[in-house]
Design a protein around this ligand. Structure first.
Ligand code: DAH
Length: 314
């Protein structure tokens, strides 16, 4: 209301100013200066009043805690790190000790990173195998950590020109529109690995796996491959790890733990890397399954369930 009053005052002042024509010429300058001073004073007041009104519209935010965080609350249990995160850290530590860099994926990504850059041609039937969710804007909650391969390659490719290699692991959360049962979850974790150098071969990849699994499980294990198919590797394999008796195996069980292969030339090309000059291998596998074998768990759904009696065991 104050602003209205000030605006009225301004109008009156303008009327007053119009009288300038009726006063003697030699007094006009002093009159004008005086009027301008008054006008500026009113304009300043209007501005201040407008700013004050604006501030008043914003409700102050109460950023104080609603309770005393340090007080003991009866019945409230101390929180702890989720077992999957502890294991994920362990997985990453093992790869870092081998010299790998670590990148994190985006949980929401696009068609290019999820499929196109990975040599899935438009309409390729393998796209359907990934049971992807989509947002209404057509973004994809990533269905595999391979969605980061293109970024890993482009981020580190200058190392190749300096005679070095690209060695990156990417642990992260992935999502699939799947029916949930003891061995399938819609939300789970994967770890991706990407290695590119002037020379790279599957023998090195198998060496990395043997070292990784034996460190993770703390015992000697047999591994084997069987042919697989992924558009982004050629040739492609599935890697199986022996399920030892000490981890609930019956002596003849093999657990399929990841997909891998030599990186397809089109994937290197999509990242601006010359496939004639450089070779690479990549792999990706579920973390949940790895952890299930370690702790002999039989239901993957425990991880996302928030069941306290399950979580308290770790
Ligand atoms: N992204 C694949 C999946 O989720 C797994 C995979 C296979 C990753 C082969 C790779 C690879 O990097 O080379 O089923």
């Amino acid at each position: 209301m104050e602003i209205e009053k000030l605006k009225e005052e301004l109008k009156e002042l303008n009327k007053e100013y119009a009288k300038i024509k009726t006063i003697p010429v030699e007094e006009r300058k002093a009159f004008g200066v005086e009027m301008n001073k008054k006008k500026q004073a009113i304009l300043d007041k209007i501005k201040a009043a407008e700013e004050a009104a604006e501030d008043a519209e914003i409700e102050p935010l109460d950023i104080t805690a609603p309770c005393d965080f340090n007080a003991e609350i009866p019945g409230l249990k101390q929180g702890s790190k989720h077992p999957l995160m502890t294991e994920l850290d362990h997985v990453v530590d093992i790869y870092q000790a081998m010299g790998f860099n670590v990148m994190e994926p985006r949980q929401l990504d696009d068609e290019f990173h999820m499929f196109d850059s990975l040599n899935f041609s438009k309409g390729h039937p393998a796209r359907d195998g990934y049971d992807t969710f989509r947002t209404s804007e057509n973004f994809i909650p990533i269905a595999h950590t391979s969605a980061m391969q293109n970024r890993a390659l482009t981020t580190y490719k200058d190392r190749l020109e300096k005679g070095g290699q690209i060695a990156v692991v990417i642990p992260g959360r992935v999502f699939r529109n799947e029916d949930v049962d003891p061995t399938h979850e819609h939300t789970f974790y994967q770890c991706e690995g990407v290695y590119v150098a002037e020379k790279a071969n599957m023998g090195e990849l198998l060496g990395i796996f043997k070292n990784f699994f034996e460190t993770y499980y703390g015992q000697t294990l047999r591994i084997k491959t069987q042919p697989g198919y992924f558009p982004f590797t050629e040739p492609s394999f599935e890697l199986l790890v022996e399920k030892p008796k000490s981890l609930g195996g019956k002596g003849d069980g093999w657990l399929e733990l990841l997909g891998c292969g030599m990186i397809h030339p089109n994937v290197l090309k999509a990242a601006g890397i010359d496939p004639e000059k450089y070779k690479g291998f990549a792999w990706g596998g579920g973390i949940d399954r790895l952890v299930m074998m370690k702790y002999m768990l039989n239901d993957v759904r425990y991880f996302e369930s928030g069941k306290l009696d399950f979580l308290e065991e770790f």
